[in-house]
Design a protein. Structure first.
Length: 135
């Protein structure tokens, strides 16, 4: 897949911080749990970091699949419930078709974030989803 192109409004220091949070998620544990919450709170810039981290995973490896699931949960939180249909690992066994599918989920997320050319359009779309979810 093509590299993630970050929005020009996101500063280098912010990219570095968000990438560090994604590394923490990958390392799991308490620090990873806290990093997931911080990534969800990051809003629009967080999308780029999480999708970039997903792009770097090897979906034929168990640990990467588990991290991929966690990062997809973060993206669902960031987007108020959108999902790419990530196939979680069941029974610590990787199904080759699921590994291939999860790789396609990364491409789907890249397509989704391209819908929002800036933070304002992302926030507007999130507000609309929140409104629909409340009924």
């Amino acid at each position: 897949t093509a590299p993630v192109v970050w929005h020009k409004s996101i500063a280098e220091w912010q990219k570095a911080d968000l990438r560090g949070l994604c590394r923490d998620v990958r390392n799991r544990g308490t620090r990873g749990f806290r990093a997931r919450a911080r990534l969800e709170d990051a809003g629009y810039p967080g999308l780029f970091a999480v999708v970039e981290a997903l792009r770097e995973l090897d979906y034929t490896q168990l640990d990467d699949c588990l991290v991929g699931y966690d990062l997809n949960v973060v993206l669902s939180g960031l987007t108020n419930g959108l999902s790419a249909g990530y196939a979680p690992v069941v029974g610590r066994r990787i199904v080759p078709a699921n590994a291939e599918w999860n790789t396609k989920c990364v491409k789907a997320w890249m397509s989704v974030i391209s819908r929002w050319p800036d933070a304002a359009s992302f926030e507007q779309a999130n507000a609309e989803r929140r409104s629909k979810r409340k009924g």
